[in-house]
Design a binder for this molecule. Structure first.
Ligand code: SF4
Length: 499
């Protein structure tokens, strides 16, 4: 019997940017008595079915976008006589679907860290339960990833998680529902130990793969003080102090390690926190800007963000402290007009954003937007599948846009989004932005990474033109290998934990 862990994907690039953390965490949770699990990340190469045999246990992690590919793999694995188990956000939200479409024997809802060994044991005994509830595991119980199982020379960045859950409740996001609104922080030493292990292997760039790296804002502290809630205030203060302790320890690691994370914009009001990020070399952060207008922010329950000039100033604040922003914008909000695209691209330039992503509003399951859309959507089907189950539509037939916009057609939305990407990632615009790094080598690296990001994300995600899609995939494959060399350093096998 062998345990297999599979990250499904329709596209394989040969090299990937960030290590898919969950695969290696579940490998860590796999009992050693079962031997080392076989790990397949299909963003690198497609799964070879011949490695799966009767009695094996196949764990497939799915989110909405790769669910359909995951179901194909599950059916194939079941035909080969294996036990098929699904987990991940999508399986948590739609456990029955994995049985109906994916040949599942069992589904794990919630975190897999603690329950995975039980599932394997039940499969080996021939009696898996239909559904396991892994719940929300507390920070101290997060399982460490088995980085010793990483294939050599395939990934550019390592990934370590420091906190799960997000106290916000944005309408387009499912994180606060699937991971909860309580920030579950992991112990500082456990985080640093994994960073050390990754640097030993040669990784110099590490994504802190958190839902929200800044779970306690100055506003939260002020609100707890106002409410005269000393217990809450103390607990928030302790949580915040733990963030600073983590950043102090990261700062004590070798100076060639850099971090990237995901954070809310409120951090811009917290100079002490930004200063600590800089000292810890957390030099990049994905910030959900979403919309540049107050109406747009209201529509997505993100009124804690600024808009207009205030927003420009807030984002510039990150740069003042040396934190580069990957700004994430959403197009297709009901309040958007044809002018929104150029206004947003202008804004991104003025706000000194280093990278940007322009995503089209898609109703993802588990979100407030999805629930509303599902109720109101016209009963249309594509390829015999209701559009409210759009992830089950075969990829070649799948529409790029599902929600009806009050003033724009789906094509207008898609083309304007593509124009915003083209403008932000034109050669001249990237070269101008590359002044944020000093040496010519670093500027070239910046060019490569920007173009790679553009090819991997935009062209393969939103283009409706299949020739452009295939071209982009080929380009991304070619760019990915040389780009990887720019990120990886000499291994440091003797690196010790900082005292
Ligand atoms: S979008 Fe970001 S801030 Fe909003 S709920 Fe999701 S993780 Fe939290």
């Amino acid at each position: 019997m062998r345990v297999h862990l599979v990250n499904p994907s329709d596209v394989s690039f040969g090299t990937a940017v960030i290590t898919p953390r969950w695969l290696y965490v579940l490998a860590g949770a796999t009992p050693r008595t079962c031997g080392d699990p076989s790990i397949t990340d299909e963003t690198l190469d497609p799964l070879d079915p011949s490695i799966i045999g009767p009695g094996d246990v196949v764990g497939i992690g799915i989110h909405t976008s790769n669910a359909l590919r995951g179901y194909t793999i599950g059916r194939m694995a079941r035909e080969r006589g294996a036990w098929v188990v699904y987990g991940g956000i999508h399986a948590t939200l739609y456990p029955d679907e994995a049985f109906e479409h994916g040949g599942a024997h069992a589904v794990v809802k919630g975190d897999g860290d603690q329950v995975w060994p039980i599932v394997i044991g039940d499969c080996v005994a021939g009696e898996p339960k239909r559904v396991y509830d892994g719940g929300w595991v507390v920070g101290e119980s997060f399982v460490a990833a088995r980085w010793d199982l990483l294939p050599p020379d395939r990934y550019m960045w390592g990934s370590v998680q420091t906190v799960r859950g997000c106290p916000k409740h944005c309408s387009f996001c499912s994180v606060w529902k699937t991971d909860g609104q309580v920030a579950r922080q992991r112990g500082v030493d456990a985080v640093v130990r994994e960073v050390v292990e990754l640097r030993r292997l040669g990784f110099r760039f590490i994504a802190l793969a958190d839902d929200n790296f800044y779970p306690v804002t100055l506003g939260d502290l002020a609100a707890a003080a106002r409410r005269k809630d000393p217990a809450r205030l103390e607990s928030l203060k302790a949580q915040r102090e733990e963030r600073f302790e983590l950043m102090r320890k990261l700062a004590a690691l070798p100076g060639d390690i850099y971090f990237f994370t995901q954070i809310t914009m409120e951090a811009a009001e917290d100079p002490e926190f930004l200063k600590a990020m800089k000292t810890a070399r957390i030099l990049g952060a994905l910030v959900g800007v979403e919309s540049v207008t107050p109406e747009g922010l209201k529509a997505i329950y993100k009124e804690f963000n600024d808009s207009g000039e205030g927003l420009v100033e807030r984002l510039q604040e990150f740069r003042k402290y040396g934190v580069h922003v990957l700004g994430s914008f959403i197009f297709g909000l009901p309040t958007d007009t044809p002018e929104t695209f150029a206004a947003t691209a202008d804004f991104a330039e003025r706000a000194d954003i280093t990278f940007a992503q322009f995503v089209m509003l898609t109703p993802f399951p588990g979100t407030i937007d999805f629930a509303k859309w599902e109720k109101e959507a016209e009963p249309a089907t594509v390829g015999g599948v209701p559009v409210t189950r759009h992830w089950l539509i075969p990829a070649a037939l799948r529409p790029k846009i599902y929600t009806k916009h009050p003033v724009m057609t789906p094509d207008e939305l898609r083309q304007n989004t593509q124009v915003a990407w083209d403008r932000f990632y034109s050669w001249s615009a990237i070269w101008k932005r590359s002044r944020c790094v000093r040496s010519v080598r670093a500027r070239l690296a910046f060019l490569l990474v920007s173009k790679l990001y553009r090819q991997m994300y935009a062209n393969t995600g939103i283009t409706a033109d299949s020739a452009r899609y295939s071209r982009s995939t080929r380009w991304a494959r070619r760019l990915a290998k040389p780009t990887r060399r720019l990120f990886i350093g000499q291994p440091m096998p003797d690196l010790q934990m900082p005292s």
